[in-house]
Design a protein around this ligand. Sequence first.
Ligand code: B12
Length: 309
Amino acid sequence: MSTTNSPDLEAVVRAVLRELGVAGTEASGGPAGPGGAATAGAPSSGDLVIDLPDPTLPEARRALGVVDPVDPEGLRNLCATTTARLGVGRAGPRPRTASLLLFQADHGVTQDAIYGEVPEDVKARFDLFTVRTRAADRAEYLLRPDLGRLLSDEARATVAERCVHGPDVQICVGDGLSAAAIENNLADIYPVIVQGLRSAGLSIGTPFFIENCRVGVMNDVNRVVDAKLVLLLIGERPGLGIADAMSAYMGFHPEPGKTDAERDLICMITTHGGTNPLEAGAFVVDLVRKTLQHGASGVRLRELTATTS
Ligand code: B12
């Protein structure tokens, strides 16, 4: 059995660093020069400089990767109809480096959206205080959706103490699966909703923010506030193209045991290729009015409006 003593190991490490041109080793004679996949630049400072173009720029994102296509115009038109990764070409059986880097960059954005936190100033703008669900942290939130549907004991007490009881509409904001959705859209949609509900003569409960929140939490919230309708603005599961879409879920008099069949939603509220939040605010108000007018939401609302309209 052979063993590697530490001087040998140091020599190997030094040789690898020398190949990479990292500061503190002898002058670089390695292959990672201009034109290589990544260049270890500025060897005197030790900073790593990546010299590839940004794969997320619109022109890079839309670039056609198929070499010598039979119908370039047709391919361009096809690719323009979708954000799906079509016509990206390949390197042998594998994706190109550019495709892989773009995928990793987009995936990074989704991770930021999922693990990000809604900044305090975004909540403070509309006087939203924060309560938490029973999911102790983000890891538990992701693994245990059931815990994200229940307020913590402390949250229940806080909501009971601070919120108006029995309003027409209780507005809640929840991080859900994208903090970016709330950060980017709340400031636009929230005032439109509040103004629209007031104009409709509806009373609005004390709004608040729910951390580690799932859609079903509206049942638990309403055990405490007893509103006619609960409206939850929440971050949607981010996709690999759009990571900041918000949904407005609502239910008529939610209570434990009610399911998604008794809820409605307006989805894809984002300025990045979805419904603009200002416009979506007006749709939300319309749906709230309709729900309260018929005293029903979800499938039941569909049945009622199918026979009455
Ligand atoms: C994930 C998802 C699902 C998953 C939900 C599983 C889960 N536990 O998360 C599955 C595959 C089961 C699903 C099924 C359905 N879905 Co779906 N779903 C989504 C998706 C991709 C993301 C939702 C999300 O991020 N929610 C936010 C997180 C934080 O919520 P959550 O608490 O973790 O999960 C709840 C919600 O996702 C909710 N939910 C999911 N779909 C739907 C649909 C309706 C009408 C309601 C009221 C609730 C609801 O169910 C989960 C449990 O309560 C959205 C697309 C989008 N842009 O939002 C479509 C979307 C919400 N679904 C949609 C539809 C139509 C359905 C189905 C009715 C499809 C069908 N014909 O069977 C069913 C209904 C299922 C139900 N819950 O009753 C539509 C709703 C359109 C609308 N405006 O009414 C959307 C917007 C997709 C679309 N663009 O068409 N869905």
